[in-house]
Design a protein around this ligand. Structure first.
Ligand code: AMP
Length: 212
């Protein structure tokens, strides 16, 4: 059997991913959350995890450096999914990509400024609304932008809405429902079919069973 590399997304997605992988019999040999390592051997010989920021998971899978990965749909929408299959919606880490702005403040007419790290998603969304925008790329703390006057709206991930509320913002329009997806490099799917296909099928079974 050849080596199989699975790219996982750090942080909140990882917490929900590990139980799912354990349910299909795949477990890291050491505790990922307390380790500073980036690669982890698993209880299955030849299968290893690499742990990355979400934005890098699609890149590793796209280039085939990882055979498979678990990525938020937000990352797939933003970075595109060329060279990638997306066989399964894992139904975990659910949230929404939304526009948001200062609570109670009506959006001015005409051209507006939008701050986001989801530049491509935002461009497409406002174009679909026939709204002229200047997009400002930020790498974090998007909520600050409307408060300080950098932008009229933001496009960001909303789960409970607590982060928006804590900053005096309100959610406005939903752009997309987000959840984590199993992704597979297209070439790896062909070359390592015997290893990858059973893994997809057992993950599918676990998800279907938990969906009741
Ligand atoms: P909340 O305050 O619950 O609306 O969470 C908002 C923040 O948590 C967002 O700004 C995101 O950075 C992060 N977040 C929440 N859910 C997810 C998710 N499923 N994937 C990635 N980031 C998330």
């Amino acid at each position: 059997m050849s080596q199989l590399t699975i790219a996982l997304t750090k942080g909140r997605i990882l917490k929900e991913t590990l139980p799912l992988l354990a349910a299909v019999g795949l477990e890291p040999l050491e505790d990922i959350s307390t380790s500073r390592k980036l690669t982890f051997e698993t209880n299955q010989e030849g299968v290893r995890f690499i742990v990355l920021r979400g934005v890098d998971v699609t890149t590793y899978v796209q280039f085939g450096a990882a055979d498979m990965g678990i990525s938020g749909k937000d990352m797939l929408l933003e970075h595109g999914s060329e060279g990638i299959y997306e066989p399964l919606d894992l139904g975990i880490a659910r949230c929404k990509l939304m526009t948001a702005g200062i609570k109670g403040q009506e959006l001015k007419s005409g051209r507006i400024r939008v701050a986001t790290k989801f530049v491509n998603v935002a461009k497409q969304y406002y174009a679909s609304q026939a709204r002229q925008v200047d997009i400002i790329k930020l790498y974090g703390a998007m909520e600050l932008a409307p408060i300080i006057g950098l932008a009229d709206e933001i496009v960001d991930i909303v789960d409970t809405g607590n982060t928006l509320r804590a900053n005096g913002l309100e959610p406005r329009n939903a752009i997309a429902d987000i959840s984590s997806r199993l992704i597979v490099n297209k070439a790896a799917m062909k070359m390592k079919y015997q290893q990858i296909q059973p893994l997809i099928e057992s993950m599918r079974a676990v998800i279907e069973a938990s969906a009741g």
